[in-house]
Design a protein around this ligand. Structure first.
Ligand SMILES: NC(=O)c1ccc[n+]([C@@H]2O[C@H](COP(=O)([O-])OP(=O)(O)OC[C@H]3O[C@@H](n4cnc5c(N)ncnc54)[C@H](OP(=O)(O)O)[C@@H]3O)[C@@H](O)[C@H]2O)c1
Length: 338
């Protein structure tokens, strides 16, 4: 497995990370046994970085990751690096009611996460969205205290803009910013990515397959469960979906000419942007089945040269996506979109 240093001060991780969210939440039903087997297969293949969040089905995802670690061979378990998000407030109906980044809350969230995961430290800890009522310095300062005490190894950030990156980095070393980045979500290229690179902050890119939309497996007539995030996402609606899947068809032609899959092409494109921007970029793939994981891992063997990148650009030009990447109500929580 290729490795990647995550920012100047961050850990060395596998070149691809595994995002575990979809194993518990937001993309409809997932099979628990298959999810655990997928985490094991990822570790076995050399993936070290596992991403979760305490609010993914209210602790369900952390318990699942904890079970996968507990039941993995010790050598694999010891290699795992855990990236954990906190801060989103939930209710028993599954509703979302804001974010809490107060220092006391940060420590409270961490105490519960350590228990659920069954570990003595978290490798990268980050608030999922900035709490608008708490200066980022206070939230990051609380994580830095957890670092001092050994409960956390590195401070991370999620979906924040360039100013917040600078403010946070002035308080404590930041390993990486977790943010959406894909062929059809390139908003970070203008300011956020260059700022992260200049500050020595790495990027863990999520949604590299745009939540399955540009995976090559999403179909126009796919029925989504009532609680599937994609049922609310503008990019998956009506005419937007049709236009976005036309982009995927164009990408498929490029992928087929190279003898690789659409998903592999989309992941390889993100991998290729690190050197272009002088940034440490680690794509998080949201595989929740072993066959999807195997496909994603294949992206590491896809070398894209200038001709390939030009063909991809022609198929999916920057800004070509139809629809915003989040519904309006959720865009409001994104410091990165201000
Ligand atoms: N910081 C944040 O705000 C934030 C937000 C969202 C996610 N994340 C993190 O980032 C991780 C990745 O995000 P994501 O799950 O949206 O990413 P993604 O990789 O863009 O999408 C994953 C979806 O793509 C589909 N897919 C099809 N082929 C695939 C393949 N070969 N490999 C992987 N997936 C394939 C899967 O659907 P099927 O299972 O139906 O095949 C899966 O549900 C999450 O798990 C989470 O840990 C962070």
């Amino acid at each position: 497995m290729r490795t990647q240093k995550l920012g100047t001060t961050g850990p060395v991780t596998s070149a691809l990370g595994l995002g575990c969210m979809g194993m518990s939440a937001l993309y409809g039903e997932a099979d628990r046994g298959e999810s655990v087997a997928t985490v094991h297969a990822a570790l076995d293949a050399g993936i070290t970085l596992l991403d979760t969040g305490d609010f993914y089905a209210m602790g369900h995802n952390e318990l699942l990751v904890g079970e996968a670690l507990r039941t993995a061979p010790a050598a694999l378990r010891e290699r795992a690096l855990l990236s954990v998000k906190f801060g989103a407030l939930r209710d028993p109906d599954g509703g979302w009611s804001g974010y809490d980044g107060r220092p006391a809350a940060v420590k409270n969230f961490a105490a519960y996460s350590l228990q659920r995961l069954g570990v003595d430290h978290i490798d990268v800890y980050r608030i999922a969205r900035l709490d608008p009522d708490v200066p980022v310095e206070e939230t990051v300062g609380a994580i830095a205290e957890l670092v001092e005490k050994g409960y956390v190894r590195h401070v991370g950030l999620s979906e924040v803009g360039a100013d917040t990156l600078r403010r946070a980095a002035a308080v404590a070393p930041v390993s990486d910013l977790q943010i959406e980045y894909s062929l059809i979500s390139r908003g970070i290229e203008d300011e956020i990515l260059p700022t992260a690179a200049a500050l020595g902050i790495g990027v863990t890119a999520y949604g590299v397959l745009s939540r399955g939309l540009i995976s090559g497996h999403f179909t126009r007539d796919r029925q989504l469960a009532a609680d599937d995030f994609r049922g609310l996402s503008p990019r998956f609606q009506g005419e937007n979906l049709r236009r976005n899947l036309d982009l995927v068809d164009a990408l498929r032609a490029v992928a087929e000419a190279k003898g690789v899959s659409v998903a592999q092409t989309a992941i390889a494109w993100v991998l290729a942007q690190g050197p272009r921007f002088g940034a440490d970029i680690v794509p998080l793939v949201g595989a929740r089945r072993r066959d999807r994981l195997a496909e994603a891992l294949g992206a590491l063997d896809v070398a894209l040269d200038g001709t390939d990148l030009a063909a991809i650009e022609e198929a999916v030009p920057a800004g070509a996506a139809a629809g915003a990447r989040y519904p309006e109500s959720q865009l409001a929580h994104l410091d990165s979109e201000r």
